[in-house]
Each structure stands twice: as structure tokens, then as C-alpha cells.
Design a protein around this ligand. Structure first.
Ligand code: MLT
Length: 312
């Protein structure tokens, strides 16, 4: 009530449960990263930070939810490259990507891993690229919706190899990976976060990683450059956002709780085990986040233009 609010005062934030919107299905990379960070932030903030999966339209449905939320710091968004990719891929977003969100901080950064179903005829990256070049249209490529990382990676793959992909869209790469393991789709380019355990377990074939160096946890999987496709170079990252207009002192409180989370050795270790890393310390500021976010809007627009992918 009124007394509660008055009593809370400027320092009394957060005053209730915080909702962290994950704009993709449960069981995928954004969900995994979001849940780890939410748990740590709950402890620091002294209020529950609960994850809510609001999936659909390549992550733009969840983003719209947060853009329209009360800007009081109790509704947050964890998102990635798909947030700045939005304007290049969707004609009528429910929000203005450049101004609707207040960056809270970057979380992690890592590569994508190109994987195929276990019994796919091409067993190596080189064989896969040759197969796609020859017969790419017959291959079903899963992704998490237009504009998602997995979609952007598939577009880059089709550009680099030179074939017209046949896409199968999901509400996240959690369900996409399930179907790849089950053999219902052929190929997926997913964040290492969910791909690494499946490759390690032998449930899928790991063809290539999109980083300059091999991953320590996937020593046998070549980089795309080693496999002859240097253009398949992709780095992904997550960041946390609040709705525009959220008071600066609340952003600062949330930013500090996020810093504590990504400095936690348990989180550092759990990220590393799946081939991603906490964001480099020198670039953890809110300003660095804003800069990266805005730069990606232009970069992805150029990439999609070059690939001939128009907004839908
Ligand atoms: C997910 O959590 O499903 C992914 O982040 C989707 C993607 O961008 O590929």
C-alpha cells in the first residue's frame, strides 16, 4: 500500500519479485543463461528474480512485453543479437528498438556451433559444406525464429556456402535441438551453450564452431575457418535490459547485482563448461552495452541486405 511505498523510499528497490523475461522457449541458451544469472541476482537483491519465457517471433514478442512494462525495474529482459537484429527483419515491431530499452549490462559472449543430426550423411564440416552446396535445398535447417542467432547463423551459412536454405522455425533452439536429436530436422547452428553438451554426449555431430579459436571444451571440433569457411564468423552475446525510463539509481542497483553474478566463480565455471564466457571485465559498463547494442543494429542490417533477406 501507500505506506509500503513511502517506507521503501529511494533506497527501497526492489520492493517485490522481479520478472526476467526470456524471449525464447525453456531449455535453450537464453533460458539457461537467464536462469543462472537470475538465481545469483535474487540473492544479491533480496527479492526473487523469476524467469518468464515469452517466446515467439524470433524474440520480438518477449521484447515487446518488456518495452510496454512499467519502467520501475521490476520487469527485465535478457536478450541477444536478435534484439538489435529486429529492425532489419521485421517491418512493424511493437517498439522502437533504439529507444525502448535501457541497457543494464552485458552478460556473456561466445561462438555458435554448427551441428547436424547424428545420422546425417556428411560427417565433417567440409563434407557438410560440400553437401549443402550440392543439395542444400533438400536439407532442413532449424532455427529459433527469424532474427534469432540460429537464423542469422543459417543465413550466414547459406551466403558463405551458396545455397538456398529450407528453414524450419521453432520458438527457441531448446525445442529445435530436441528435434535435431530426434532426427526430425537435419542441421542447426546453435549457441555453444546448448550445442556443447549434445556434441559431447554424441547426440548430434559437431561440425564447426564460429570462433577464431577452437573451444577448449570441444577440442576435436574445427573452427569454420579451419574447415574452409572463414566467412562463417559469428560471436553472440546476451545483455539485460529494462524498459526505457527506468530510474537511473535502479539501473545502477541491477547493474551491480549483474556484476556480482558474472564475477561469481561458479557462474564463470558453468559458462566455460558450455563454451561461453562471462563478458570481458573491460567492457561491462552500461555504456559499453549501449554502444555494442547500437552498433549491432547497423551491422546486422548490412549483413541481411548483403544476403538479400528483406524485413517481413
Ligand atoms: C534460444 O534461447 O532459444 C536462443 O537464444 C535462440 C537463438 O537465438 O537461436
Amino acid at each position: 500500500g501507500v505506506l509500503g511505498i513511502a517506507g521503501a523510499g529511494a533506497q527501497g528497490f526492489p520492493t517485490r519479485t522481479i520478472t526476467l523475461v526470456v524471449p525464447f522457449a525453456a531449455g535453450g541458451p537464453s533460458d539457461a543463461i537467464g536462469r543462472l544469472v537470475a538465481q545469483s541476482m535474487s540473492q544479491t537483491l533480496g527479492q526473487q528474480v523469476i524467469v518468464e519465457n515469452v517466446a515467439g517471433a524470433g524474440g520480438t514478442t518477449g521484447a515487446a512485453r518488456v518495452a510496454k512494462a512499467e519502467p520501475d525495474g521490476h520487469t527485465l529482459l535478457i536478450h541477444h543479437l536478435a534484439l538489435p537484429a529486429g529492425p532489419a527483419l521485421y517491418k512493424s515491431l511493437a517498439y522502437d528498438t533504439r529507444t525502448a530499452f535501457e541497457p543494464v549490462g552485458l552478460v556473456n559472449t561466445g561462438p555458435m556451433a554448427l551441428v547436424s543430426k547424428k545420422d546425417f550423411p556428411a560427417k565433417t564440416a567440409k563434407d557438410l559444406f560440400a553437401y549443402l552446396k550440392r543439395d542444400g535445398a533438400s536439407v532442413n535447417i532449424a532455427h529459433a525464429g527469424v532474427g534469432s542467432n540460429s537464423h542469422i547463423c543459417a543465413v550466414m551459412l547459406s551466403q558463405a556456402v551458396g545455397f538456398k536454405p529450407t528453414y524450419v522455425s521453432y520458438r527457441g533452439t531448446g525445442p529445435a535441438m530436441n528435434d535435431l536429436v530426434g532426427g526430425q530436422v537435419d542441421v542447426l547452428c546453435d549457441q555453444s551453450t546448448t550445442a556443447v553438451p549434445q556434441i559431447e554426449g554424441g547426440a548430434v555431430i559437431g561440425h564447426a564452431v564460429t570462433s577464431a579459436e577452437r573451444l577448449a571444451v570441444l577440442k576435436d571440433v574445427p573452427t569454420s575457418a579451419e574447415a574452409g569457411l572463414p566467412a562463417l564468423d559469428m560471436t553472440v552475446w546476451h545483455g539485460i535490459y529494462a524498459p526505457a525510463g527506468t530510474p537511473k539509481d535502479r539501473i545502477a542497483t541491477l547493474h551491480a547485482a549483474l556484476q556480482k553474478a558474472i564475477a561469481d566463480p561458479t557462474i564463470v565455471e558453468r559458462f566455460a563448461a558450455v563454451g561461453t564466457q562471462v563478458y570481458p571485465p573491460a567492457e561491462r559498463s552500461v555504456d559499453a552495452h549501449r554502444k555494442r547494442f547500437l552498433a549491432e543494429i547497423d551491422r546486422i542490417a548490412e549483413l541481411m541486405k548483403a544476403a538479400g533477406v528483406a524485413a517481413q
